[in-house]
Structure formats: structure tokens, C-alpha cells
Design a binder for this molecule. Structure first.
Ligand code: 5GP
Length: 214
């Protein structure tokens, strides 16, 4: 049980967790999915890293100081949190739980450590890992982004090898070779989750009741 008095397993909303190494195209896929699917909301994480480029406070992230982040950990404010590439990142418990308890589907774009923590607390969460089609393509994409120098790209590639090795713990794998195909795959995963017996029973309770399926 939790502060809102419902077992997470009984929440009517679905929770999708998308992880990938940087450069695999996770953010673009999730952004496109959100534009197509009005029943899906994204959760804005907290982080101790500083904003990049056009990022705005409260839009991409809630940017906070490390002391504040650690106070939130101590207060149990995070559903999950992890250190990624030297910075702290966390998902607010209140934002997630109130949404899925209210029947909204939520997508989290987080790293694999956070994804595995969530699966422990909330076994119904659907874990999706986005893979690049090859190491070479990943390196090319990181270089094309033009955000990072050679040393940072080398670090990201080394981290990517560790991250990709975690894909086996995920429920679904999407290979992002062609963006449109990967987006179709992502939509299919989301849609199929909504067709599961338990999800249909929660969301179409009147139909189930009328058919004496309780
Ligand atoms: P970036 O700093 O490039 O935006 O994100 C770095 C990594 O941290 C990405 O893999 C991103 O998905 C992950 N991340 C973002 N928010 C969270 C979060 O709330 N929790 C965890 N565990 N990882 C996160």
C-alpha cells in the first residue's frame, strides 16, 4: 500500500517505461508517441544536472540542487532515482501515482536502473528498451548530433555497452533502424497493453458487467 491507499497493482492506468542508450532515439520516439496519443502523459523528472541548450525549468526537467535532491530521497518523494553519467535523476512519486491511480497512462523516459527499480515496485509496468541497429550507427548518430566532443562520445559509447547489456531484463525491445517503423512498434506495444484482459476489465467495466464478466 502507499500514501494514496491503493495497491499499485490495482491502478487503472498503465505505466510504460522506455530506456535506451543515448543516441538510440528514445526521446524522439517518445515525443512522437505523445503527439499521437492523447491518453498518454509524460512525467517530468528531477535532476541535478544543469540545463542544456533550449531546456527550460519544469519542461524537460525540474532542475534542482544536489542537497534538495538528497532531501527528496530522504523524504521518500521519488518512485525511483539513479545516478546516471555523474548526475542524479529521479521520478516524482506523487506525479506518477496520482496519474495512474486516476486512470491515465504514463510514460517514463528513464535509464535502465530506474526501469528495473520500477518493475520491482510495480510489476505491471511495461519495460521497453530501444536499441540502435548497430554500434557503428549509434556512434554516427552521436557524432551527427554535434552536441559532444570526441571524449564525451567515447564515454557515451562505453556506457552504451553497459546499458545495452540490460535489454534482456526488459519486456519489449524496439530496434530503431527506421524511425517510422520503430514508432509503429512503440504504438503497438502501448496498444497491446491496453487490450490485456486486466486492462480491458478495468477500463471497460460496464461492458464486462453487462457480459457478466466480473
Ligand atoms: P539526459 O541528461 O541526457 O537528459 O539524461 C541522461 C539519462 O538519464 C537518460 O538515459 C535519461 O533517460 C535518464 N533519466 C532521465 N530522467 C530520469 C529519471 O527520473 N530517473 C532515471 N533513473 N533516469 C532518468
Amino acid at each position: 500500500m502507499n500514501p494514496i491507499g491503493m495497491d499499485p497493482v490495482d491502478y487503472p492506468g498503465n505505466l510504460f517505461v522506455v530506456a535506451a542508450p543515448s543516441g538510440a532515439g528514445k526521446s524522439s520516439l517518445v515525443k512522437a508517441l505523445l503527439e499521437l496519443d492523447s491518453h498518454l502523459a509524460v512525467s517530468v523528472s528531477h535532476t541535478t544536472r544543469t540545463p542544456r541548450g533550449q531546456e527550460q525549468q519544469g519542461r524537460e526537467y525540474h532542475f534542482i540542487a544536489e542537497a534538495e535532491f538528497r532531501a527528496k530521497i530522504a523524504a521518500g518523494d521519488f518512485f525511483e532515482w539513479a545516478e546516471v553519467h555523474g548526475n542524479l535523476y529521479g521520478t516524482s512519486r506523487a506525479a506518477i501515482e496520482s496519474r495512474i491511480a486516476g486512470g491515465q497512462d504514463v510514460v517514463l523516459e528513464i535509464d535502465w536502473q530506474g526501469a528495473l527499480q520500477i518493475k520491482k515496485i510495480f510489476p505491471h509496468a511495461v519495460l521497453i528498451f530501444v536499441l540502435p541497429p548497430s554500434w557503428e550507427e549509434l556512434r554516427q548518430r552521436l557524432m551527427r548530433r554535434g552536441e559532444d566532443g570526441d571524449a564525451v562520445i567515447a564515454t557515451r559509447m562505453a556506457n552504451a555497452r553497459i546499458e545495452v547489456a540490460q535489454a534482456r531484463h526488459f519486456d519489449f525491445v524496439i530496434i530503431n533502424a527506421l524511425f517510422e517503423t520503430a514508432l509503429f512498434d512503440l504504438k503497438t506495444v502501448v496498444h497491446s497493453q491496453r487490450l490485456k484482459y486486466a486492462a480491458q476489465r478495468r477500463n471497460k467495466s460496464q461492458v464486462f458487467a453487462a457480459l457478466n464478466l466480473i
